[in-house]
Design a protein around this ligand. Structure first.
Ligand code: FAD
Length: 395
């Protein structure tokens, strides 16, 4: 069985983790990536303590932790009064609670480099760049995946790890574009010594206000600082000039805390990302094709768990494929039932946090602040246990 190739469409975090997980069990894997090079956009990513045990399955736990910054706290601050609303203490007691696994923030490029380098150490893994997949044929006992330049790749099955706008999803689930929130993100990295006064360089911080937020945290041994500004705008789908973006940002953040306004001035406005997700849906597989990661269950970043879920998917899916004795359709059904409710809860609660927690104003925000500020450290942790305690594997 294992001499047959498994084709993975998409060399993002999820696809590369799946390739490593399968190769470690002896499977031949071919990863088809549309970009001319396997790589990531140059910003940060947060990974909760549910992720290191998955990295341990890939043999990469210590390497990923070593390349990360471990923040003291993950917190939300009110965008107007500048005071903490919810604080998740991510220090030693937090780590002890979650099987000695830390909360981490890492540069996406560093994470990607670790994953690509790991892939290259397995003779079972073949990485194909410049291979945009445009179609596939399911022949019952094998699949053929076709790229834009007409190449045909034959395999035993195909895993669609091709992200929120997944081509494979369209062909097996028949749905269309992701749901747009009307929010956009601008991302920036600056040297740590340029961080404005009053802004923590030891924590992951989200400053939330009506219709906007800013997230920031340090990266690379605290030498650089990642800032993401997210806000609602009618022009979310338009590409505009930098000056027009600047004017929108200044209007949006006009009444926010001075520290936020100082960070807005530092933003790189070359590019913006519209923020979308999908509502939970069944039907992640058809015949010999299965979806994982954002292709199956794209989420808003409220819990910072989209990649975390893709990494968990990769390990679970590899384990089920390996244990299924060639009955891939059953393995795919088990995969969906194993993963659906956890990922759906992330998607649904992320939408709730987005509209009923981060972006409130007036009395709604005051009620939130009063409620949240009265919570104990233990209470805050216990609400996150379902995510951070992680998963057990089917085999
Ligand atoms: C602003 C923002 C902040 C976020 N912050 C966090 C965070 O802190 N923590 C977290 O866990 N998650 C975060 N996320 C979510 C996270 O980035 C995604 O959930 C994660 O990248 C999904 O991984 P994936 O491998 O499923 O898909 P992707 O990372 O999207 O990878 C898909 C890959 O498939 C390739 N591809 C697409 N189509 C084709 C095709 N037809 N043929 C071949 N290749 C193709 C793409 O080029 C890409 O390399 C954030 C998202 C956003 C937008």
């Amino acid at each position: 069985m294992r001499d047959k190739t498994i084709i993975i469409v998409g060399g993002g975090i999820g696809g590369l983790c799946a390739a490593i997980a399968l190769a470690r069990k002896g499977w031949q894997v071919r990863v088809l990536e549309q970009a001319p090079q396997f790589g990531a956009i140059g910003y940060g990513i947060q990974l909760g303590p549910n992720v290191p045990p998955m990295m341990a399955h890939l043999g990469l736990r210590d390497e990923v932790i070593a390349a990360s910054v471990l923040p003291n706290n993950v917190m939300m601050i009110d965008a107007f009064d500048g005071q903490p609303v919810t604080v998740v203490d991510t220090g030693a007691d937090f780590r002890a609670r979650y099987h000695d696994d830390p909360y981490m923030v890492i540069h996406r490029v560093d994470l990607h480099n670790i994953l690509v380098a790991a892939c290259r150490t397995y003779p079972e893994i073949h990485l194909d760049e410049d291979a945009a997949v445009t179609g596939h044929e399911d022949h019952g006992d094998h699949v053929v995946v076709i790229s834009a330049d007409g190449r045909r790749f034959e395999g035993a099955l195909v895993i669609g790890a091709d992200g929120i706008r997944s081509h494979l999803r369209k062909s097996i689930m028949g749905d269309s574009e992701p749901a747009q929130t009307g929010y956009v993100a601008h991302r920036t990295i600056v040297p740590i010594d340029q961080v404005p006064e009053g802004v923590s360089t030891d924590d992951v911080v989200l400053w939330g206000g009506e219709g906007f937020h800013i997230v920031h945290y340090p990266l690379r041994n605290k030498t650089i600082f990642n800032i993401v500004a997210v806000f609602e705008t009618q022009t979310f789908a338009e590409k505009m000039e930098t000056e027009a973006y600047r004017a929108e940002l200044e209007r949006t953040y006009m009444h926010s805390h001075p520290a936020m306004r100082a960070m807005v001035k530092m933003l790189d406005l070359e590019r913006r990302w519209p923020i979308g997700d999908r509502k939970p849906q069944r039907g992640w597989s058809k015949g010999r094709v299965v979806l994982m990661g954002d292709a199956a269950h794209a989420t808003l970043q409220s819990y910072a768990q989209g990649a975390g879920m893709a990494i968990e998917d990769a390990v679970v899916l590899a384990s089920l494929i390996d244990g299924c004795k060639g009955d891939y359709e059953s393995a795919f059904k088990s995969f969906e039932s194993e993963r659906l409710l956890r990922t759906a809860r992330i998607q649904l609660e992320s939408r709730t946090l987005w509209s009923h927690y981060y972006h409130l104003s007036g009395i709604d925000a005051q009620v939130r602040n009063q409620r949240e500020r009265a919570r104990s450290r233990e209470d805050v942790w216990s609400c996150l246990d379902w995510i951070y305690k992680g998963i057990s594997l089917p085999y």
